[in-house]
Ligand binder design. Sequence first.
Ligand SMILES: Nc1nc2c(ncn2[C@@H]2O[C@H](COP(=O)(O)OP(=O)(O)OP(=O)(O)O)[C@@H](O)[C@H]2O)c(=O)[nH]1
Ligand SMILES: [Mg+2]
Length: 392
Amino acid sequence: MIRKFKASTMQEAMQLAKKVFGDDAIVLHSRKVKESNLSGTDIDELVEITVTADMNPEQKELAGPAVSKQFYTPTDAKRQSQPKPKPVREAEPTLSSVNSKKLVDNTITIRSEIGRLQTSIDRLRDDIRRSHTNILPETYRFLEQEKGLDAELAAELVQNIFLKLEGADIKDDRKILQVLQAEVLSSININDKMDLIPGQPKLICLVGPTGTGKTTSIIKLATHPDFYGRHKVGLITSDTYRVAAAAQLKTFAALAKIPLEIAYEPDDFGRAIQRFRDMDVILVDTAGRSPLNEKHLSDLKEFFAVAKPDEVHLVLEITASSANLIDSVSNFSTIPISNLIVSKVDETIRLGNIFNISKKIALPISFLTNGQKVPDDILLADSEKIARMIIS
Ligand SMILES: Nc1nc2c(ncn2[C@@H]2O[C@H](COP(=O)(O)OP(=O)(O)OP(=O)(O)O)[C@@H](O)[C@H]2O)c(=O)[nH]1
Ligand SMILES: [Mg+2]
């Protein structure tokens, strides 16, 4: 049985449905409708919900006769249980046989009930998923289209917001925004620790696909006074694939008067680290070759076996698609990545990808870079700031 209910708010409409269908009510669809009031002078905006409480055939099948207590008899249960009791027992029931029959009956009833409930829960979850975009359509559109959240994550977020808004007016934009910001904030995964290791240099490596901003980020980290600019820093580059790459860092290192070592072989790494043993921080730049390149990955692994870094930051560009970002992470999965640097956040206003990353990649964000200017355009990850950046 399917029925429609109209009221001025979603909650009121749901209450009406509950009165008719009780707790079995399932909202199939919701929409806003305009209707003239009694005097015919004004138009009211109402929420209309389509509700059902019917069981589908699959549910009925699963539920079996035990669902309907009216028609359920122990004989039904006996018919379902295998193997059949021997006739002699049926003819002469003892106290223990009666008890065990009762137990079988109860077990069957409970199993049927659990099956029925599970089906109802699954159906309800699907219905809610299908209908959430109708419940808060503007919020869903804002998150998915304007902010670039992945569709399924935007849908899940809207659903959570709707559930959290319980009792509140779902037309109250201020309240929706408040709940939305809190939800986004709780999903952002960061690591903002920049502690040094007393008595030994902290070894930090940056890896990532080509052109994501590894070298630029190293330069920013090495020179910005809020980062490692006030400490003794040594630089190592293992990017010897391109002649220009080492030259880029060499020029910068000379200008900034920061010592630089170039590691052509894994052993060079050991020597460079030895040379920098009195430094506070050693920053290692790596080549931005395609992560699909096996040779590059195995070279990196060898470097890391010698270097044993304290932190490995994977630098990912915010403008890549969320699927590409996930691919990058899995392509570098043979390397012990500890953090993510999200680069080039200045290149888009659709920062929902940071939310996508936090939900889909189980690695904390350490820094964000927001421009080409050295050393200024870098930020330490701050979940509140990030949540505001995503939702603003
Ligand atoms: N808009 C913007 N550009 C950036 C940012 N960070 C780096 N870039 C630019 O991106 C380009 C590549 O930067 P690199 O630092 O050389 O990138 P990389 O990852 O070291 O590149 P490969 O070593 O070739 O893999 C340069 O033009 C940088 O100026 C940023 O936060 N925002
Ligand atoms: Mg580089």
